[in-house]
Structures are given as structure tokens and as C-alpha cells.
Design a protein around this ligand. Sequence first.
Ligand SMILES: [Zn+2]
Length: 456
Amino acid sequence: MTAKQIGETRMASITCQGNLNIDGERLWQSLMSMAEIGALPGGGCRRLGLTPEDSEARALLVEWAMEIGCSVGRDLVGNLFIRRLGTQPDLPPVMVGSHLDTVATGGRFDGALGVLGGLEVMRTLQDASIANERTIELVVWINEEGVRFVPGNTGAFAFAGENTVEQVLADTDLHGISIGEALAALNEAGQEAVGGRPVEAYFELHVEQGPYLERAGVPVGIVTGTYTIKYFDLTITGRAAHLAQPLPDRQDALVGAAEAIIAIRKVGATYGNDGRSNASWINVFPNVRGTVAESVHMSCDVRHADPERARAMAEDLEKAIEEASQRSGMPMTLESTLQFGPIEFDPELVDLLRATARARGHKAQDILTVAGHDAIALASVLPAAMIFVPSAGGLSHNEREYTDPESCAIGADILLHAVLAKAGISEQPLKLAEVNVGVMVCSNGCSGSGSGFAEP
Ligand SMILES: [Zn+2]
């Protein structure tokens, strides 16, 4: 079969479900209800990973999922799996997912759209009494944002086998509380093994978090791959002193940090539109009024669409920090911590998303993601792809982050039809009702189904 014929076959199979539509109003209402958890005065959300707000958001999702007969499971690191069982449950599942945690001053759509878009897929299938052949799993990965526990994408990386369960559970926040302790306190840890099982496809719907789709006037981005991102920790060592100390005698780590931040910014500025260089977190010690800073610890990164250019940027960054160290007269240590990309998403799934957008009449363009996502962390072990919808003004990680209802609905529409294309529609009668009964009668209030999934 030629590539053209394959494409035609896919188009045909998608078109045959053309009368199946998600409920955009319901999706929007769900997004707004979810946004009430951890709501901030400026219209955004604060649900740091593995905090009571994060847990409350998961509980609301579970409540909604139970209403449509899904089963619920959690793995040992707290990843949450909402399952709409297929008529062939032994086949590898089709996954959709994202995260419900936010940054400290986050928006209502980053992460939540992917999760609630997945829920809307399941609700739509339920309304239409469609039985999926493969099980569809909606996954909420833990600690995507990496604010409380550093770095982020903790659950997705664990699922991909990048970190052991023991390593994940031992990670601590700034107050010394481990992920294991946080999970236990919230009763969010489950019993399922982490990863290590086949997955047919993983789709993640997400807001773009940048300006390109809006500027192009295109409602959908088919994410073909990622920028290369290289993260670093920078330590600047000064000397604490009273502010009575004359300026020439000081080794002020905060002044060194100012030099470093400007130097970091200049690195990216020389790499055109595709260059990004960032300093985004800083910890000053002792950080008290009246005392010259003794040390500064900060995170920085460089990003570029071209992996070679990203590598060159990392070298430029090292040089820039060396020069900043000489100018300020203080030792600066730059330590490479983590690298994302370059990753190309699964070509077949990317093609499927393009074909789905076409078949559904949505204008779409290919795009790379500049931001890190769970899909990127997972792409090494399963076929993954992403759908982007525009962020108004390119704003994200901002309380004013906004994606309009129509764009959210378009994204969920493509998600629905791509998921169905991979999960398959069963000719067998819907078995979900039987599963529902199993869930409803579960005597201890658990949400396990007959498939052996069970809450701890
Ligand atoms: Zn996100």
C-alpha cells in the first residue's frame, strides 16, 4: 500500500464518525469548575504538585469519571489512570493525558485542557453509547510543573523508566518533605506498577504557551517534535558581610547573579527567533535585609529548534558565565542537569492528527514545542503526539492565560477522533453498563472495576 493510499484509508475511517461531536459547552464548564480549585484573585490557579489543591483537583476528576462508569487506578508514584474499558481489554490501551498541577501563578488551561479534553472524549463516547475496542486511559501525571519538587515531569519520566520508584519517592521539596511522604499524606499513592507495559498511542492536547498559532491565525498546531532544551544549575559563591562593609571589599553574590542573569539573556538574543535563554528561579542565601548575600543558587536553560544551535548556545552560556565570574570576582559553577530533545513525535500519530484535522475541517499547521511536556518525557517508550491550540497573546504561566472556548472544543474534537481511530469502535454491544454495576456496588467505596484495578 502506498503512503497516499494509507492516508486515504485513514481519512475514510475518520470521516465515517463525522456525526460524532464533543460538547464544547460541557468542556468549557468543566474547565471553569476545575479552575475554581486553587483559584487566584487574578483569575488564575495555584495548584502546586502534590498539595491539597492538586489532590482536590484529582478528586473532582475522579468524581466526574465515576459518573460515566470509568474505573480508576493509581500507580506507586501517584500517576492517576481513568479507564474506559475496551471490548478487547488485553490489547495495549490508547492513552490521553496531561497534568492538573500548575505553577504558583498559573492559568486555567495549562494541563487542565489536556485532562478535561480527555474526559470530554470519554463523556462523548458514553453519550453516543460507543464501545471502544482498546481501553482508553486518561492519565494525570504527577508533578509536571516541577515547582514544589524539582525537576518536573516526575510521573511521566517514572513511567518511561527514567527514574526508579525509590528515587522518585525519595525526592524532597525545599522543606525536606519527600514525594513519598506527600503522596502518603494525600492518600494519592496507588499500587499499580509504574510503566513497563505496552501502550498503543499517547495523545496530549495542550495550549501552545507561545504566540505562533495566534499570529498565524491558525486554530490548531500539530506538534511534530520539540526544541532542544538544556537545563543548568548555577551556583555563585560570595561572602556574607554587614552592609557597613565598603563596596570594593565586598563579594556580593547577588551582584554576581545580576551579572549572570544579563549574560544569560544575551546568549539567546544572538540566536534569532528560535533562540531562548532563561534564568527563571533564584535562591539567595541568607536572603536577609542588612546582609551582603553569601551565595546564590539559580536555574537557567537554553533552547533552540536546531539541536546543533542548542549545543552551541550551551557552549556560549558556559563562556558567558565564565566572563561574568571574572567581572564580578566571584566563583560561579555551572552544572548541566537535564536535557529534553530533540524528539520527533511518532510519525504515524502525527500523520493521523493532520488527517483528523483535515477530515474534521480544522485548519492546522505543524509546530514544534518550545516548552517541556509529559508527552516528551514519554516519547522514548511509547508512540506519542501532541495537539496545540492557541494561547491568547502567547501568554501562559500567567493568571491571564486564555484559550477561547471554540479553540478548546476544536482541540478536543481532534483528540476524540484521533483516539477513536486508534482505539477502534467495537461492533460488540456496549459492555460498559456491566462495568458500571461493578463500580457502583463496590462496598468499600473504591472505584475499582472488574478488571483488577483497585484503589489503595
Ligand atoms: Zn503543561
